[in-house]
Design a binder for this molecule. Structure first.
Ligand code: EPS
Length: 390
């Protein structure tokens, strides 16, 4: 499967085209809208989220609630567009106030300066409109389609926030819980945290940060349950599924690092305390005593849950701006102030869940004959039976 997205943050709409979905998969806009709403939530979001009520329109590839096997096109309209029709107008405009309101003071940490140099833009709005995390809306819509495929295959995926600005969850609080149980907790939590005992501290810190005109980052974790062993490949670097997942995590705006299982802790432990011992039981097949490697060996799934975390830097748009340089005068100035969120880590956890859902669904589609949903399910079941007895 593959997909492409298009759209500027304050343009008329976001668009995605997905190619390669199996036919006969149930799909409705309602399934996608539920996820779009979750992405808009989470304590720390700014005023834009009160303007937008993201909903998707499926404009091709689906008939009477089921996929046709043809490309699926998704559209999410930007409600804010009505306030930006001049500044973001598609047609050429005269030298009006809008043209004079150019952005020439790049924000440190954003794509502004490097993007301006790359494409030769003197108005940095031409960069920030596309580099904005607004684009993640339509990637969540695409991921929601992938999640629909996963749910048909018995694969469950959930994301949760594990740290905000130094306040960490206690993993023992959700240890042993299934992805579905974690989802239940997260969906009722203000910062999408699976350990509600730290929620208040996190929301207080976000409020305090906002008051100071600052921003904070954090970490999110994605758990995928129900993946069979041997998905992905060890034979070539670009077929390793863990590397694709890592790339997907890094593709989320403001993400700077990824780890699987016990992650960077592996650097501090001997092999005997890292590798997951193998066992076999009648009915269950092969399992591991631990899951320190986060569900991957040799670029392939082990059959244990996939556990992957990503770190998000603090959002670079600050109400208390940092030092920058005006690209016209070359004089030192404070960076531009744009409306922004003080913390988008909870929202980013939803994005992480969806971009990883896409990679996992795509890996299943690549592994099995997947032109139509019933055959895909049958192939997966046969493969699961085979791996148990292998
Ligand atoms: C963003 C800036 C803010 C965020 C936006 C991402 O938008 P605006 O400039 O319109 O206030 O709200 O996020 C979204 C619109 C969204 O849907 O997540 C940025 O600069 O990246």
């Amino acid at each position: 499967m593959r997909y492409l997205t298009a759209g500027e943050s304050h343009g008329p709409q976001l668009t995605a085209i997905i190619e390669g979905l199996p036919a006969q998969m149930p799909l409705t806009a309602e399934m996608i809208n539920k996820e779009l709403k979750r992405r808009q939530g989470g304590h720390g979001r700014g005023r834009r989220m009160q303007i937008e009520k993201d909903t998707v329109e499926i404009v091709s590839g689906v008939r009477h609630g089921k996929t046709l096997g043809s490309p699926v096109a998704l559209v999410v309209k930007n409600d804010d567009w009505k306030h930006w029709t001049n500044i973001m107008g598609i047609e050429p405009i005269e030298d009006t106030d809008e043209v004079k309101r150019q952005i020439t003071r790049p924000r440190p940490g954003h794509a502004d300066l490097n993007g301006g140099m790359k494409y030769g833009h003197r108005d940095l709005r031409n960069v920030l409109e596309r580099s904005s995390a607004r684009e993640t809306t339509v990637r969540v819509a695409v991921g929601a389609v992938a999640k629909q495929l996963l749910s048909q295959m018995g694969v469950e995926i959930v994301a949760h926030v594990t740290e905000i600005g130094g306040i960490k969850v206690n993993p023992e609080s959700y240890q042993g819980k299934t992805a579905a149980e974690i989802r239940e907790i997260v969906e009722n939590d203000a910062v999408y945290c699976a350990d509600p005992s730290v929620t208040q501290q996190m929301t207080d810190l976000i409020d305090e940060t906002k008051k100071n005109g600052d921003s904070i980052g954090g970490t999110v974790e994605v758990i995928v349950e129900g993946m069979p062993a041997g998905i992905g490949s060890y034979v070539h670097y670009d077929r390793k599924l863990d590397s694709k997942i890592a790339a997907a995590m890094m593709s989320i705006n403001a993400f700077k690092g990824v780890e699987f299982g016990i992650g960077f802790e592996m650097a501090r432990k001997p092999g005997s305390e890292v590798h997951d011992e193998i066992q076999w039981t009648e009915g269950l097949g092969y399992t591991r005593k631990t899951n320190n490697l986060g569900g991957f060996e040799g670029g392939m799934t082990t059959g244990m849950p996939i556990v992957v975390r990503g770190v998000m830097k603090p959002i670079p748009t600050l109400y208390k701006p940092l030092q920058s340089v005006d690209i016209d005068s070359k004089e030192p100035f404070q960076a531009s102030i744009e409306r922004s969120d003080s913390c988008a880590v909870p929202a980013a956890s939803i994005v992480a869940e969806h971009v990883i859902a896409w990679e996992v669904a795509n890996a299943l589609i690549e592994q099995f004959d997947a032109d139509q949903m019933p055959r895909l399910k049958e192939n997966l079941q046969n493969y699961l039976n085979y791996t148990k007895e292998y």
